[in-house]
Design a protein around this ligand. Structure first.
Ligand code: ARG
Length: 461
């Protein structure tokens, strides 16, 4: 059954029907579609547009359809154009002519705008919940590793020593910001388009505030043309998902590097690794690589919807139907990747000795050696030059600064005393960094406390 057969004299070409139809993908939000209809019919009855008997019959019918779909009793049959047609036709089939009153004062344009908003709102909550689980795992690893020393990198070259807690703390901040972004979007999108009609409102005395309130929106939208043609919230959500994927991808890249034979910082659990069909020794970080790989797919959805929207005149255009498949795919991809990454992170183990060894090589304490001179009255630029010479000497001898004998130090500057070794030990280099946000364990513990409180409050910012 079509919702619009009246003015047509010919059947739709089959290919045209298939091309136009959205049921195969918009059935995903059947629940939201029915919830929207429930709100609508309650409002119609309150306004005296349908009688309370009609309301009762329609509500019963809709609830029945919802639970029958949920229980697998009612199959969504593929000949319908979209989920809206399917629900309405099934309602009429089940309760008779009264069902024909459901669509009073409504268009599929405001209906689909509502369904998609309700759906995205639910998915935002899902993504947020997954991120908070990930943050819990990151925080646990942070708490256990405030004294796990490792090299910090710039340009992928060893720079200064940090701790694993500090490194993971950086990702905690990223995913925390991601949650903040989701919460912003949720607030901004929370206005109800139902009642906007096709584009110009309706002549029925609808109470749009009632419907908005019924569905948990903060308000009804203020412009009916914008209501049916706004997809900003989808763009914002896809942008937030893209940023989450970018963060996950960076994290995966590091785990792949740390898992390499050369680094051996991290051991992935067997349950999150895969083998090779030919090389028996291999244990590959496929999950991390796939998360990194799938990032492009989510970016693609964002670029796709931006491009779809860029040339559309007001108000509704069928182009907008393209907002669904890619968005659904991006949501499934991102939510799936967060969950998998969380499991992988939760089960991986760290090779603390290798990390510390690596932090001791590569002159990660050179800055601290220069600071030692500064603390003993040498100007920083001169200190920089002196340590540069010492590094060169060590490179020639193939040793670290800690292994260079004191007399070699003193040949270049008499300022050096025995306490230089203590000043450039790995522990000192990290523990002396105590400014807010630095890796020293005192500073780190303060941040961990704050992160704990943030997760406990469940506050989204
Ligand atoms: N399947 C359509 C969509 O996703 C529903 C709205 C149809 N509106 C219309 N005027 N044809 O956008």
């Amino acid at each position: 059954m079509k919702l619009w057969g009246g003015r047509f004299t010919k059947e739709t070409n089959q290919l045209a029907h298939d091309f136009n139809a959205s049921l195969s993908f918009d059935q995903r939000f059947y629940r939201q579609d029915i919830d929207g209809s429930i709100a609508h019919v309650n409002m119609l009855a309150k306004q005296g547009i349908v009688t309370s008997e009609e309301r009762f019959a329609i509500l019963n019918g809709l609830e029945g359809i919802k639970s029958d779909i949920e229980n697998g009793i009612l199959e969504i049959s593929p000949e319908y154009e979209d989920i809206h047609s399917f629900v309405e036709a099934t309602l009429i089939e089940r309760i008779g002519d009264t069902g024909k009153k459901l669509h009073t004062g409504r268009s599929r344009n405001d209906q689909v705008a509502l369904d998609m908003k309700l759906y995205v709102r639910d998915e935002i909550a899902e993504t947020d919940g997954l991120l908070s689980e990930l943050l819990k795992v990151i925080l646990r690893i942070m708490k256990e590793n405030t004294s796990t020393y490792m090299p910090g990198f710039t340009h992928l070259q060893k720079a200064q020593p940090v701790t694993l807690a500090h490194h993971f703390g950086a990702y905690f901040e990223m995913f925390r910001r991601d949650r903040g972004r989701l919460s912003d979007i949720r607030k901004r999108m929370n206005s109800c388009p139902l009642g906007a009609g096709a584009l110009a409102g309706t002549t029925y005395p609808l109470d749009r505030d009632f419907t908005a309130d019924f569905l948990g929106f903060d308000e009804a939208t203020r412009n009916s043309m914008d209501s049916v043609s706004d997809r900003d919230y989808i763009i914002e959500y896809l942008s937030a998902l893209s940023t989450i994927m970018m963060h996950l991808s960076r994290f995966c890249e590091e785990i792949i590097i740390w898992n390499s034979n050369e680094y051996r910082f991290v051991e992935l659990d067997d349950s999150y690794s895969t083998g090779s069909s030919i090389m028996p020794q291999k244990k590959n970080p496929d999950i991390a690589e796939l998360v990194r790989g799938k990032t492009g797919r989510v970016y693609g959805a964002l670029i796709s919807i931006l491009t779809t929207m860029k040339g559309l005149p007001l108000a509704y255009n069928k182009d907008m139907q393209e907002d669904k498949e890619l968005t659904f795919d991006a949501i499934d991809t991102t939510n799936g990747c967060i969950a998998l990454f969380t499991g992988m992170a939760d089960t991986m183990t760290f090779n603390r000795d290798n990390m510390a060894k690596s932090a001791m090589a590569g002159f990660t304490n050179a800055t601290d050696a220069a600071d030692y001179l500064v603390n003993n009255g040498v100007a920083f630029r001169d200190a920089h030059g002196i340590i540069g010479q010492l590094v060169l000497l060590c490179l020639e001898k193939n040793i670290s600064l800690g292994e260079l004998p004191l007399d070699e130090y003193q040949k270049i500057s008499p300022v050096f005393k025995e306490d230089i070794y203590e000043a450039i030990s790995l522990e000192t280099c990290v523990e002396k960094r105590l400014t807010k946000g630095a890796p020293g364990s005192k500073a780190m513990n303060a941040v961990i406390k704050e992160c704990e409180a943030y997760l406990e409050e469940g506050k989204d910012e």
